[in-house]
Design a binder for this molecule. Structure first.
Ligand code: FNR
Length: 184
């Protein structure tokens, strides 16, 4: 890595014991030196409403500023009804506007989806990618990250204890670091 980079991490769950947030934290620990992952909170963003763009809510403005300052964006999402939770979709909508000032335009991105089920949030992962095409986010293609069976991967302190998952997530975040260097 040539210079330090920061990754804004958007986590699509507000649950205290969220597996998705635990996965994001694990990825932060597995990242190569020089790559810093910072969770940008999205739970306090009012629902997107174009009517208030003339005088936007302070939380929108702060969120947009933080996102613009980051070199890259990592979407860590659970799957709700085979798609992206409204929480995360709202953050994407807020960040994408006003028209022409999207915080996502050209910013390298990656997606990790998480589920206690066996499909690993595939539906959410790909629903998200549909928006990212429109938002002009160059998204890491390989390795794809569908974390299934997640309930068995962490101990009761929230630490990732499954070695295979650790190896995989390390490969994923190192590939993302290389991807970022190609796109910043
Ligand atoms: C779910 N869950 C779920 N899981 C899945 O694999 N596919 C799905 O389509 C859904 N749909 C769904 C809808 C809603 C409204 C909820 C609340 C949950 C289960 C989900 O994967 C599980 O609750 C995870 O633990 C949520 O992620 P966090 O909160 O642990 O990060």
């Amino acid at each position: 890595m040539s210079k330090p980079r920061t990754v804004a991490v958007l986590v699509g769950s507000l649950r205290k014991e969220s597996f998705t947030r635990k996965t994001a934290r694990a990825l932060a620990k597995l990242a190569p030196e020089g790559l810093t992952l910072e969770i940008v909170e999205i739970g306090d963003l009012p629902f997107y409403n174009e009517d208030v763009e003339a005088d936007p809510p302070a939380n929108w403005t702060a969120f947009r500023r933080k996102m613009k300052a980051a070199d890259a964006v990592l979407f860590a999402t659970p799957e709700y009804n085979r798609s992206v939770p409204g929480l995360l979709k709202n953050a994407i909508d807020v960040g994408s506007r006003p028209y022409g000032s999207s915080v996502f335009d050209g910013k390298p991105g990656a997606v990790v989806s998480v589920s206690p089920g066996v499909i690993g949030g595939f539906g959410a992962n790909h629903a998200l990618r549909q928006s990212l095409v429109f938002l002009n986010v160059p998204v890491l293609q390989q390795p794809e990250a569908y974390v299934g069976g997640v309930a068995a991967l962490f101990d009761d302190r929230g630490e990732l204890v499954d070695d295979r998952s650790k190896d995989f997530l390390r490969k994923f975040i190192h590939a993302f670091a290389a991807w970022i260097e190609r796109h910043v």
